[in-house]
Design a protein around this ligand. Structure first.
Ligand code: NDP
Length: 451
């Protein structure tokens, strides 16, 4: 039995229903780092895996608020402070009805390695609530955010834990959360990132994750195939912060993104999606994508309910490069097979863990250039760290400076991942390259800091 197999066995009992996605993420990492564990016994001697897979603490609290009809509403809030070996806990807040402890543990665990890959001084954490902002008025969202921060403020701080956005948490929610933190603590400090620019936000934080995914993909394609995305057909899933900015950057560099999707269905517009219309529908009006057809009757709308759980319309469309940017496990093995047989060359994960393990195995065995989330979507957290730096030094960087540093960071991550994969005998495998490079950085810090 290999060391990786022995380590996996230790955690099998924790594979309860809620923890399934967490276990999925953990198993991938443990198998990936097998060669590192075999080559250096210190990681086993210092029990790094046992220590890394258990969060430092999980804070769980009740959030009580009043809706617009004066009904008392009750939700659950969480903050998972996972690991701070490299810096203060850092990771987003997700507001979505599916949020539970298991999902946040998976996201927090991934965040540790993602943050390590950036080379910046940030640890890993994640949080959120089962609150659904969809269909709520601005006042209701404000009241929920105030109630959520009433409890959360006790556990966060600019040197302790700095949350940001994720699904359901954009600059509106971050603004309300920041306002409440400021009121409670009477301090004006960089305790959250993703703030609107007018009060402490960085240029480019909204764009950072999506733009970063495209910068990473361009670098990976250059290294692996000496090709670029210019003039290539691309498919994108999702229609939120990450997806819209992937589409924006693809259009800017001359690629042709032809799809996007939301929880109601998929749009396929063969001439390239209309970004201005998408922003109006999803960001300004917060409507379903179905409305896209009113302005573009020639585009196709494929309703989500017509598809089985393990099939997604986006991945039926032939493309050169695919960008899953909606949510976890949204790209199944069957979707992967479709992409491969339709000639797809590259897959880059904008969302966290959007591809199932079987889908990833299919991509790797067919030598598809596959960019895993923890490397490809690290641009968001990198610019969050730039926001922390600007807040701490009371300065503002220009758009050009942030963009340049983001591009440089994504190119460095990509090169580091490619070289690590080569060093450990798995050239071209960016999954193993990312896991080994991220794990090594955190593990070495944990060893140096003692128990
Ligand atoms: P948003 O809330 O802005 O958008 C999410 C999009 O995905 C929406 O179009 C939403 O549809 C769709 N979606 C969400 N859940 C489901 C579901 N269960 N089934 C079908 N569609 C769904 O979130 P983000 O764009 O910020 O985040 C997307 C992904 O990227 C997540 O995995 C997140 O963790 C990851 N990520 C985000 C970062 C960021 O900076 N924002 C940083 C790194 C990773 P609808 O509009 O109908 O709700």
């Amino acid at each position: 039995m290999t060391i990786a197999e022995k380590e996996i066995k230790k955690f099998e009992t924790s594979n309860c229903d809620q923890d399934k996605v967490f276990y999925q993420a953990m198993e991938e990492v443990i198998y990936s780092i097998g060669p590192l564990l075999e080559s250096d016994e210190k990681y086993t001697r210092y029990a790094i895996l046992e220590r890394l897979v258990v969060p430092d603490r999980i804070i769980k609290f009740k959030v009580v608020w009043l809706d617009d009809n004066q009904n008392i509403m009750v939700n659950t809030g969480y903050r998972v402070q996972f690991n701070n070996a490299l810096g203060p806990y850092k990771g987003g807040l997700r507001f979505h009805p599916t949020v539970n402890e298991g999902i946040l543990k998976f996201l927090g665990f991934e965040q540790i390695l993602k943050n390590a890959l950036t080379g910046l001084p940030i640890g890993g954490g994640k949080g959120g609530s089962d609150f659904n902002p969809k269909g709520k008025s601005d006042f209701e969202v404000m009241k929920f955010c105030s109630a959520f921060m009433t409890e959360l403020h006790k556990y966060i701080g600019p040197r302790m834990d700095i949350p940001a956005g994720d699904i359901g948490v954009g600059s509106r929610e971050i603004g309300y959360l920041f306002g409440e933190y400021k009121k409670i603590t009477s301090t004006y400090e960089g305790v959250l990132t993703g703030k609107p620019y007018m009060f402490g936000g960085s240029f480019m934080r909204p764009e950072a994750t999506g733009y970063g995914v495209v910068y990473f993909t361009e670098t990976m394609l250059e290294i692996e195939n000496q090709e670029s995305l210019e003039g290539k057909i691309c498919t994108v899933s999702g229609a939120g912060n990450v997806a819209l900015h992937v589409i924006e950057k693809l259009l800017e560099i001359g690629a042709i993104p032809v799809t996007c999707s939301d929880s109601t269905g998929t749009i396929y517009d063969a001439r390239g999606v209309d970004l201005a219309l998408l922003k109006e529908l999803k960001l300004e009006k917060r409507l379903s994508l179905e409305g896209y057809k009113l302005s573009h009757p020639e585009a196709e709308f494929m309703p989500a309910y017509e598809y089985l759980e393990d099939r997604h319309a986006v991945w039926d469309i032939p493309c050169y490069a695919a960008f899953p940017c909606a949510t976890q496990n949204e790209l199944s093995e069957m979707d992967a097979q479709n992409l491969i047989s339709n000639g797809c060359v590259s897959v880059s994960e904008g969302a966290n863990m959007p591809s199932t393990p079987d889908a990833i195995a299919a991509f790797l065995s067919h030598k598809i250039c596959f960019a895993p989330a923890k490397a490809a979507n690290a641009g968001g957290v990198a610019v969050s760290e730039f926001e922390m730096s600007q807040n701490a030094s009371m300065t503002k960087w220009s758009f050009e400076k942030v963009d340049e540093k983001l591009k440089e960071t994504m190119q460095q991550i990509c090169t580091r991942v490619a070289l690590t994969a080569k060093d450990y005998g798995v050239e071209g495998n960016y999954v193993d390259g990312s896991n080994i490079a991220g794990f090594k950085r955190v593990a070495d810090a944990m060893i140096a800091e003692g128990i």
